[in-house]
Design a protein around this ligand. Structure first.
Ligand SMILES: NC(=O)N[C@@H](O)C(=O)O
Ligand code: NI
Length: 164
């Protein structure tokens, strides 16, 4: 059973798959007469294909047991999809499993452990496992596309690859 190594999430390591949404290293400046700090443009929604629109939703995810057998991967060919944990606990964590866009190749999957204050924005077409919350029920803000066209390609795997 090949196990995916867990990488620490960083902008550089995740760059082939999209953006990391985190305050560290972000451009920021004071607004509202100095009462608020704006951490600017942490991610860009890519939802305009076929006249799509950007929406925000909340996903309330139940924790997954590890090790997790990877039995499905999906991609959204018409838009990006961002997940931002609704937590203030920097020790909260969740997993993402991704693979490059285009023809899916299991041996190109990568897994990242994401700390509570880090979000991810999957670029359009990037293969990913459906949300993998850990340890407890977890809420995420999700920014993705609504509109015409089929926007969720799935591929079934035999569960031989595991993570965590
Ligand atoms: N199906 C759905 O809206 N969620 C998935 O796209 C996911 O990445 O969790
Ligand atoms: Ni998705």
């Amino acid at each position: 059973m090949p196990q995916l190594p867990l990488q620490t999430l960083s902008r550089q390591a995740f760059a082939p798959f999209g953006e990391v949404i985190m305050l560290e290293g972000a451009r920021h400046y004071p607004i509202n007469q100095g009462t608020t700090e704006r951490f600017h443009a942490l991610a860009m929604a890519d939802t305009q294909t076929q006249d799509g629109k950007t929406i925000l939703s909340v996903f309330r995810a139940q924790p997954r047991a590890l090790p997790l057998a990877i039995e499905v991967m999906e991609c959204h060919p018409l838009g990006s999809q961002a997940f931002v944990p609704l937590t203030s606990d920097k020790d909260d964590e969740y997993l993402v499993v991704v693979a490059p866009p285009g023809e899916f190749a299991a041996d190109q999957m990568q897994a990242f452990i994401c700390k509570g204050l880090q979000g991810v924005n999957y670029a359009r077409g990037v293969w990913h496992h459906p949300l993998i919350a850990l340890h407890k029920q977890s809420d995420f803000i999700v920014m993705d596309r609504i509109g015409e066209g089929f926007n969720c390609d799935e591929i079934a795997l035999d569960g031989s690859w595991t993570v965590g």
